[in-house]
Each structure stands twice: as C-alpha cells, then as structure tokens.
Design a binder for this molecule. Structure first.
Ligand code: AMP
Ligand code: TRP
Length: 334
C-alpha cells in the first residue's frame, strides 16, 4: 500500500454531479483504485468561498459522497473524506498563505472570473482559495492530481509553493504532477453542444444529472439541440448529434460507425429516443445504488468517518513536520 503512488483530487459540493463529471472523471477514477493510493475529498471549505445555504451545503456534501461510491469508487480501496473533518487542511493553508505572493493569486484566471461576477465586497477566501487547494494536495505527498483544464493553473501554484517551501526550509513536500487520463470523453452541453456540459449552467436542460429521474433524462435528451441536416452522422458540423452519438456508444459499447449505419435515412426522433434509453439503462445501476445510499445515512457516516481518520493520520504527520520546520514549538499534548 505505502509504495503505491498517491493520487489526490477534490470536488466542491457546490452543485450536483453531471453525466460529464461521471464519464470525464469519476469513471476514470474507478480504474485507478487498484494501482494507486487515492484520496478523494469533498472540499466543503472551498465551497464557502461563495455564498452557500447551510442546509443545502450539508445535503450536497452527502450527495457527492454517495455519487462517488455509486460510481464505483470503492470506500475500502480509496480514502473518501470531507475536507473540514481534517483540520490540517486549514492549518497548512495558513502556512502556505504566508508563502504565497499577492501577485500570484492576482493572476489566477478563476479568481478574475469569479471576482468580476461578485463585484463589491469580495471575500479574502475567494482570493486565497488556491493556497488551500495547494494544502490539500501537499499534505498527502501526492504524486498525481487528476484535474480538468480549468484547475491546471492552481496546480501549478501548488508545485511552486512545494518547491518554495523545500528551498526555504529543506526538502519536505513532493512536487505534484497533473494527471490527464488517456481517454476522457468530453461531454457537451445538450443545449449548446459546442460548450462542455457543466453543472453550473443556468439552463437545466443543458445537463444530465446523475441523481435525476429517468423521465427527466428522457425529456432533456428529447429537447437536445440538433441541426437542420436531418441525418445521423458523426461530424463536427453536427455537434449536437456527435455528442449524442458519443454517449450512445459509451453506454452500449456499440461502435459509432455501427450506430450511424443503423439510423441511415431515419431522421432524429427514434435516434434520440434510443439514446435516452441507452443513457438511462447505463446509469440505472448507479442511480439505484445512489438512492439506496441516500436512504442509508448511517453507512455514509461510517465511510466519511473512517476516511477522515485515515486522512487525519497522514495529514497530521505532515503538518507536524511543517510546523517544526517553520519554527513553531511542538505542543506537548495530543
Ligand atoms: P467540474 O465539475 O468542472 O469541477 O469538473 C470536475 C471533473 O469532471 C474534472 O475532472 C472535469 O474534467 C470533469 N468534467 C466536468 N465536466 C465534464 C464534461 N462535460 N465532460 C468531461 N469531463 C467533465
Ligand atoms: N478547486 C477544485 C475545483 O474547483 C477542487 C479542489 C479543491 C481540488 N482541492 C483540490 C482538486 C485538490 C484537485 C486537488 O474543481
């Protein structure tokens, strides 16, 4: 176990997970669980950098955990935990904040985007969020961090901070690498198929949620934007149809060519209907497991408690080292 490389990734409980998250991330994580020592964290401390309704935050944190497990991420093989349960994250973030330059944080494109939306009364947490993310990663000596394109700049900062700390105080942190899965399906919005499917889209018909009902999925696929060509082809000129074909093929295992062949001269109606059924069938086990888990809160509580204990052990050890190196007197009680 200890000789395996360490993977760390986090998801904010700020929205529900989509089919894009599942095919682009969670499904790949399942393939990593035997070969790596994986930590998957639900980053609630990050979530409050934007306003959250407390009861919704609580509910979504559990939902994300249930969706991880329902997707096949085995809590026996991976460490699944909630960020605020392991206080070393906030503590290391403070130390790293004191090593992070204002200029570095100012350059973060995500901050620029989010702050331009918020306008007045920006909170400092939104600004220093990348230092907290660096703490998440560095606490566990992570080798690899699976992230989407939008998080690469934050990961770069984590690498810089690790190196800076090591130079200033002596070798302590491993410098993490981004992990880009070999095959990651990119699932596009059902309403604007040139944009990726995102849980934060204002249009609810743009995304398929893992936790929605079969009827909701059916209705969204029916309303999916297509084109006026009227023929099922896998082509960049028909991004809507191309996206549906990708999903159809992934869920049935049938090749794109063979699907295209079968719908020759048929128009889109039947093709859309069948695509919806393929998605619904493909997600059925996941959705059943999700519903089962959400009605077994005690089980989920056991998982996140055990996960936090395991994470706490590793994180505390690292934090103790860090505190010592920066010159804090070790405390004499536990
Ligand atoms: P996000 O929901 O944007 O925070 O992304 C979480 C993870 O899911 C990242 O690894 C993304 O690359 C992946 N992901 C999100 N949306 C999609 C999508 N539409 N297609 C493929 N992967 C996605
Ligand atoms: N910032 C990431 C996001 O919004 C979530 C995150 C927090 C994360 N800490 C992390 C991702 C550490 C990877 C590693 O998607």
């Amino acid at each position: 176990m200890e000789s395996k490389k360490v993977i760390f990734s986090g998801t904010q409980p700020s929205g529900k997970l989509t089919l894009g998250n599942y095919l682009g991330a969670l499904k790949n994580w399942v393939d990593l669980q035997d070969d790596y020592n994986c930590y998957y964290c639900i980053v609630d401390l990050h979530a409050i950098t934007v306003p959250q309704e407390p009861k919704d935050l609580r509910a979504r944190t559990l939902e994300v955990l249930a969706q991880y497990i329902a997707s096949g991420i085995d809590p026996e093989k991976n460490t699944l935990f909630i960020q605020s349960h392991v206080t070393a994250h906030a503590e290391l973030a403070w130390v790293l904040n004191c090593l992070t330059y204002m200029g570095e944080l100012n350059r973060m494109t995500q901050y620029k985007e989010k702050s331009s939306k918020v306008g007045a009364n920006l909170n400092a947490g939104l600004f220093t969020y990348p230092s907290l993310m660096a703490a998440d990663i560095l606490l566990y000596g992570s080798d690899l961090v699976p992230v989407g394109e939008d998080q690469k700049q934050h990961l770069e900062l984590a690498r810089d901070l690790a190196a800076r700390f090591n130079t200033k105080y002596s070798e302590t942190f491993k410098v993490p690498e981004p992990y880009i899965p070999k095959v990651g399906a990119r699932i596009m919005s059902l309403q604007e198929p040139t944009k990726k499917m995102s849980k934060s889209d204002d249009n609810k018909n743009a995304f398929i949620l893992l936790s929605e009902t079969a009827d909701e999925t059916r209705s969204k696929v029916r309303k999916a934007v297509t084109d006026s060509i009227g023929e099922v082809n896998y082509s960049d000129d028909q991004p809507g149809i191309k996206n549906l074909l990708t999903m159809y093929s992934i869920f049935t295992g049938e090749s794109i060519e063979s699907i295209v062949d079968r719908y020759k001269g048929e128009g889109y109606g039947k093709f859309k209907e069948d695509t919806a059924e393929a998605i619904i069938e493909g997600l059925r086990p996941l959705r059943e497991k999700y519903n089962y888990l959400m009605s077994n809160k005690d089980y989920l509580e056991n998982i996140y408690t055990d996960g936090a204990k395991k994470a706490e052990y590793a994180a505390r050890k690292m934090l103790r080292k860090v505190y010592k190196k920066v010159g804090f007197i070790p405390r004499k009680f536990d």
